[in-house]
Design a protein around this ligand. Structure first.
Ligand SMILES: NC(=O)C1=CN([C@@H]2O[C@H](COP(=O)(O)OP(=O)(O)OC[C@H]3O[C@@H](n4cnc5c(N)ncnc54)[C@H](OP(=O)(O)O)[C@@H]3O)[C@@H](O)[C@H]2O)C=CC1
Ligand SMILES: O=C(CO)[C@H](O)[C@H](O)COP(=O)(O)O
Length: 465
């Protein structure tokens, strides 16, 4: 039987393209997937000269690989990785190498390393970036952990990696789960930049009222300036794409509910543990979260209306109103967390009672807690205090003042991140439509992650170029 140099488990977006890339570089490769169609499509897409075979039976796949074996997992992070390892493990031999090329949580990688080491199997995590095209024609790869095992595979990875000035975009990064950790933070930065681009788009669209073709030209031109980057480049291309059926700009038909797979959230969570402030990444994660509250946003848009132009200066009365506005938003956010925690952990919390006992004695006691209590008596299932008629009206009446305070603070260079977070949360929550459709389009462009549309049911993938 033919013996292959390298095997990949999971023939989806990344696995299939990495195998084709390896075959381009003269390696003989085999792939395993649970789905016969995917195994077939791998062979169909290969060129005659390429040495590629697809399998759906783990035994045949494993016995087709040269020993000691080199196998990479490219299956979704979490349980599928453990399931894939579980199915391979009885078939592996001492000194075989298993590389997890997916976006696994770094502590899962540490655990898997320990478990596989007991069986004398080398295991290491290697984050991979570049999406579908990167995998096919040259990704950036971030290995860490077992340095000797990496060394055995280095020539393959260096051959298939992207090159800059002749240097491959892959190098051993450090011990343990360093590879997955670096890729996690890469994705956190990715989230931050995608959110910033979406905001820049929104400022041009809503704030300056530019037509779509002008915004497209601006993004395209920015890519020839100091902003040159993959994400700016693809945004220019995304804005160009017309929907084949309606002839409209496809972006405007994409749902603004942004999906995510976890790496951005983990970046924020671990940054908090390390006391590493990453507020842009935090904001990017929470904007994807807020985007999910579509029904509430549509509802809030009806009552929490914009109050018009703001003052150019501020005074203590305005500051008092701004502080009240921001404080109410802080309570509203905490109450939403309690409601969700109650559902998730089965606490059976009654938020009216929480508001009641917080009215006195505790550090956050305040006159407004009586208003919250009344709001929850009126509507025990109230999803967010901002949706209460009286509370909402009290915020609408004060919004000009917090906007003025933030404006003055920004002009004078005074850090007011909590005031900014309050007004940003309010504005995001009262947005019937957010610019997170840009994020959904970007995710589909680079990673074939698919998107929902506003004019029909289902999930879609576009050929963006
Ligand atoms: N798409 C992207 O842009 C990028 C993805 N990644 C990461 O790479 C990994 C793979 O992503 P991607 O290729 O997009 O995912 P896909 O969902 O496109 O592909 C995963 C494939 O793995 C198969 N699979 C799942 N479990 C097993 C198993 N036990 N044995 C064999 N095959 C299995 C799936 O089959 P089935 O569908 O039938 O379940 C599917 O074909 C993930 O961790 C992802 O986060 C990293 C960088 C970029
Ligand atoms: O790793 C990637 C890109 O570098 C993947 O495309 C990842 O899925 C992106 O994260 P998310 O799906 O949460 O937007």
């Amino acid at each position: 039987m033919k013996q292959f140099d390298f095997g990949i488990v999971g023939l989806g977006v990344m696995g299939k393209n990495l195998l084709l890339n390896m075959a381009d570089h003269g390696f003989s490769v085999a792939g395993l997937d649970l789905d016969q169609e995917k195994a077939n499509s791998l062979e169909k897409e290969a060129e005659a000269a390429q040495d590629i075979k697809g399998f759906i039976a783990a035994e045949k796949f494993i016995s087709s690989l040269k020993s000691p074996r080199a196998i990479m997992l490219l299956v979704p992070a979490g349980k599928p990785v453990d399931a894939a390892i579980g199915s391979l493990l009885p078939l592996l031999d001492k000194d075989d190498i298993v590389v997890d090329g997916g976006n696994s949580y770094f502590l899962d990688t540490e655990r898997r390393f320990t478990e596989l080491a007991k069986k004398n199997i080398h295991f290491f995590g290697m984050g991979i970036s570049g999406g579908e095209k990167g995998a096919r024609f040259g990704p950036s790869m971030m290995p860490g952990g077992d340095a000797q095992a990496y060394e055995r595979l280095r020539s393959i990875f260096e051959a298939i990696a992207a090159k800059v000035d002749g240097e491959p975009c892959v190098t051993y990064l450090g011990k343990g789960a360093a590879g997955n950790y670096v890729k996690m933070v890469h994705n956190g930065i990715e989230y931050g930049i995608m959110q910033l681009i979406a905001e820049a788009y929104d400022i041009m669209k809503q704030g300056l009222g530019y037509p779509d073709d002008k915004i497209q030209e601006i993004f395209e031109s920015w890519n020839s300036t100091e902003l040159q980057s993959f994400l700016v480049e693809i945004t220019g291309l995304i804005l160009k794409k017309k929907d084949e059926e309606t002839g409209q700009q496809l972006l405007t038909l994409i749902s603004d509910q942004a999906r995510s797979k976890g790496t951005g959230k983990w970046t924020s969570q671990d940054a908090m543990d390390l006391q590493a402030p990453v507020p842009i990444i935090d904001m990017a994660v929470l904007m994807r979260d807020i985007s999910k509250y579509k029904e509430e946003r549509v509802e809030a848009a009806k009552t929490l209306t914009w109050a018009g132009e703001v003052e150019t200066d501020t005074n203590t009365e305005m500051l008092k109103n701004a502080l009240y506005f921001a404080m109410i938003n802080a309570y509203a956010q905490g109450m939403v967390q309690l409601r969700l925690a109650s559902e998730a952990y089965g606490y059976g919390l009654n938020l009216e009672e929480v508001a009641k006992i917080w009215r006195g004695g505790c550090i956050i006691r305040a006159a407004c807690l009586e208003d919250f209590r009344k709001a929850f008596i009126k509507a025990p299932e109230l999803p967010n205090l901002l949706l209460d008629k009286e509370i909402g009206a009290s915020l609408v009446a004060r919004q000009k003042d917090i906007r003025a305070v933030v404006k003055v603070a920004v002009e004078k260079g005074i850090p007011v991140p909590a005031f900014m977070a309050a007004i940003s949360y309010f504005d995001a929550y009262r947005s019937e439509r957010l610019s997170t459709n840009v994020i959904q389009a970007q995710r589909d462009f680079f990673g074939a992650h698919q998107f929902e549309r506003i004019d029909r049911e289902g999930v879609f993938h576009a050929q963006w170029e």
